[in-house]
Ligand binder design. Structure first.
Ligand code: NAD
Length: 261
């Protein structure tokens, strides 16, 4: 139980990677704040299940990551309930696939808001408490697309590159306060986000589902295997440990060798 008496707030944790990170934090003894959209009954079952399985406190906040004021209120509510947010995981993210000259403006704005600006708003609200307690971990789920581009993903690639810049800057600012700020950059992880973009990629590239999986998604990954959510979660837990106290401002790749090429 390395994270007993800590509180972890994970944005976008009703599904996929975020949910795996929340469960991994709870397994280590942290209280967790879940966030994200979904069926209320399913979210409540997940929240109650985490409390029962791991013996920690779990709450849920439905703040919309496009709303800076709601994000600040979510951090304040977590601090009021648990006494602080020690671990902030900026994980919420969406994707939209279209050529840049046809990219819907509302989708551009939404992706920049959810995948980048939400991390700014959450850091801005959580860092004062971390500084006061002289301990903190801020981890953002970036992507291999924080390092390299793929066609038709202009907003996502721009947001993820921006997230790395935000991470480096914040890391420098809080380095002397025992707060580390890092990105984890997975390659393709088999989650609803990946599954949902397959039809659009099929349409954009005129491919079958099998071709998208083998020739687009796993084409980039030399291991020819999807990363798992649990592997990303294990890296997040490691970054919260004392062994990782000197890792800050880093962008840690977990991409089966994709960005080595
Ligand atoms: P997912 O679709 O399974 O989960 C996304 C989560 O974000 C959900 O909980 C959803 O409800 C939440 N969310 C979406 N819009 C929101 C909003 N406006 N406000 C609050 N919550 C919102 O996706 P995932 O694959 O688990 O992705 C999680 C993160 O990992 C994203 O940032 C994504 O870019 C990144 N990532 C995913 C992969 C992959 O292959 N799946 C690879 C690299 C990076």
């Amino acid at each position: 139980m390395t994270l007993a008496n800590k509180t972890a707030l994970i944005t976008g944790s009703t599904s996929g990677i975020g949910l795996a990170i929340a469960r991994a934090m709870a397994r280590e003894g942290a209280n967790v704040v879940l966030n994200g959209f979904g069926d209320p009954a399913a979210i409540e079952a997940e929240r109650a299940g985490i409390e029962a399985e791991f013996g920690v406190k779990a709450s849920y906040d439905g703040a919309d990551m496009t709303d800076g004021a709601a994000i600040a209120a979510m951090i304040a509510a977590a601090e009021a309930r648990f006494g602080g947010v020690d671990i902030l995981i900026n994980n919420a993210g969406i994707q939209h696939v279209a050529p840049v000259d046809e990219f819907p403006v509302d989708k551009w704005n939404q992706i920049l808001a959810i995948n980048l600006s939400s991390a700014f708003h959450a850091m801005r609200a959580a860092i004062p408490g971390m500084k006061a307690r002289q301990w903190g971990r801020i981890i953002s789920t970036a992507s291999a697309h924080s390092l390299v581009a793929s066609p038709f993903k202009s907003a996502y690639v721009a947001a993820k590159h921006g997230l790395v810049g935000l991470t480096k800057t914040a890391a420098l600012e809080v380095a002397a306060s025992k707060i580390t700020v890092n990105c984890i950059s997975p390659g393709y992880v088999w989650t609803p986000l990946v599954e949902k973009q397959i039809p659009d990629t099929m349409a954009a590239r005129g491919m079958t589902k099998e071709q998208v999986i083998n020739d687009v998604l796993l084409a980039a990954q030399p291991t020819k295997q999807f990363v798992t959510s649990d592997q990303v979660a294990a890296m997040a837990v490691f970054l919260c440990s004392d062994a990782a106290s000197q890792i800050t401002g880093a962008n840690l790749s977990m991409d089966g060798g994709w960005t080595a090429a």
